[in-house]
Design a protein. Structure first.
Length: 95
């Protein structure tokens, strides 16, 4: 039973992370490298505990509140929080 739950969790994470926006170019004040790192940190760190939300789910202000709430619980550094936030707010909302 544990194997089934573990497999199901892994599959859910994999399917959601494959739907996440993949940055292809820099945006104002944020490099492509930082956007790519932000995506990786979001998928690996946040997705290790719960289902990932697609970036379009919230506007920037709400993402800021969500990240404030989760940062300590998830033991996310300030630098990684910034990368995650930049990735989330710069993702196209129409995907």
């Amino acid at each position: 039973m544990k194997k089934l739950i573990l497999f199901s969790s892994f599959f859910a994470l994999l399917s959601c992370s494959s739907q996440l926006y993949i940055p292809t170019q820099a945006v104002t004040d944020v490099s492509l490298e930082d956007l790519t790192k932000g995506r990786a940190v979001y998928a690996n760190n946040c997705g290790s505990c719960h289902e990932l939300y697609l970036p379009k789910k919230y506007e920037a202000k709400k993402w800021d509140l969500v990240l404030d709430d989760m940062q300590k619980r998830a033991e996310v550094t300030n630098a990684d929080r910034k990368l995650i936030y930049q990735y989330l707010i710069h993702a196209p909302k129409d995907l």
